[in-house]
Design a binder for this molecule. Structure first.
Ligand code: GDP
Ligand code: MG
Length: 306
């Protein structure tokens, strides 16, 4: 009789936060971990406690990756305060924290992130990215560097890696796996993200802007989708890009509108892949006067989490 009783397969599911100062490679890492091009890298609010960036389900393991907005050392502007508080809050209740740094560098901003990790009880894995950029002769400095960092706090694992060089990425996933708590899957197995397509569209546009402009914009632009309608075979999307200043608007638009066209066409290609349909994309850039210093405007844009 007991032969009829199948043992329940154990499953593991957990929230994994990827933290680190800007430019260390968090988004790039997430893209690889999710094995897909589009990652959700947003500062928009979430209905859940975490900003879910992507979900990966493999056999009996479900990885729910959550992101934090960049942590900035200057606290002057309201937007920075908002970003910092949101960043810290996002670490409550996560199961694993991936703290990403790069090469042999440890800056004041890295130090800030470390500070935000002080109260974290979850295992923290230190990922030292971009080791492909290390000269052979400076590689021998890696071990002393790791030892120095390990004196700053306890890290459950330290993994030197190169996301672009595809070095040690499997190790990262294997290590994360070890720390996922046992429990049922929280999301359907085929779910890549818990976001709506509309949201995904905004994220694709925002990602293209960031790609195109890099450091030229002090903050990543906000994107709102004003229209999202399927008409016959074609999905019509209107995206509104909100920036701080007129000078930023000019930068995004570019000479003769070239840059905006590039942003639009690459975004459209990704959207067509993501939504599996033809897409007609229109983009506008608008200046939202003084919003970086206006907490009320920030609230309405959803920068604050309650
Ligand atoms: P984030 O701000 O932490 O999300 O950083 P991004 O993922 O946007 O990456 C910042 C820059 O670092 C991009 O230009 C990436 O291509 C680059 N990058 C990421 N990982 C690596 C790596 O392993 N090696 C090198 N050389 N560059 C990397
Ligand atoms: Mg990023």
């Amino acid at each position: 009789m007991s032969d009829d009783v199948m043992p329940l397969e154990e499953s593991y599911c957990g929230f994994i936060a990827i933290v680190g100062r800007p430019n260390v490679g968090k988004s790039t890492l997430l893209n690889y971990l999710l094995e897909q091009k589009i990652s959700i890298t947003s500062r928009k609010p979430q209905t859940t406690r975490h900003r879910i960036m992507g979900i990966k389900t493999m056999d009996r393991h479900q990885f729910v990756y959550v992101d934090t907005p960049g942590m900035h050392k200057h606290q002057k502007k309201a937007i920075n305060r908002a970003m910092n508080s949101a960043a810290t809050g996002a670490l409550d209740g996560v199961d694993v924290v991936l703290f990403v740094v790069e090469r042999l560098v440890f800056t004041e901003e890295d130090e800030m992130v470390l500070l935000a990790l002080e109260k974290v009880k979850a295992p923290v894995l230190l990922l030292i990215n971009k080791i492909d950029l290390l000269e052979p002769k400076s590689r021998e400095r890696l071990l002393p560097h790791i030892q120095k960092l390990s004196q700053k706090r306890h890290f459950d694992e330290v993994i030197p890696l190169s996301v672009l060089g595809s070095h040690n990425l499997d190790t990262v996933e294997e290590c994360v796996k070890k720390y996922l708590p046992q429990g049922p899957f929280l999301f359907p197995e085929d779910q890549v993200t818990d976001k709506s397509s509309r949201f995904l569209a905004a994220e694709i546009i925002r990602e293209k802007i960031t790609r195109q402009l890099g450091d030229e914009l002090p903050y990543e632009a906000t994107v709102e989708i004003e229209k999202y309608t399927q008409q016959g075979d074609v999905l019509h999307i209107h995206g509104l890009v909100l920036v701080d200043k007129n000078s930023q608007k000019q930068i995004i638009i570019g000479k003769n509108g070239d840059r905006l066209k590039l942003i639009g066409s690459s975004a459209r290609i990704d959207m067509e892949k993501a939504f599996d349909t033809k897409v007609m994309l229109n983009l506008w850039v608008k200046v939202k006067g003084g919003w970086a210093d206006d907490e009320r405007a920030l609230h309405s844009l959803g920068y604050f989490q309650d």
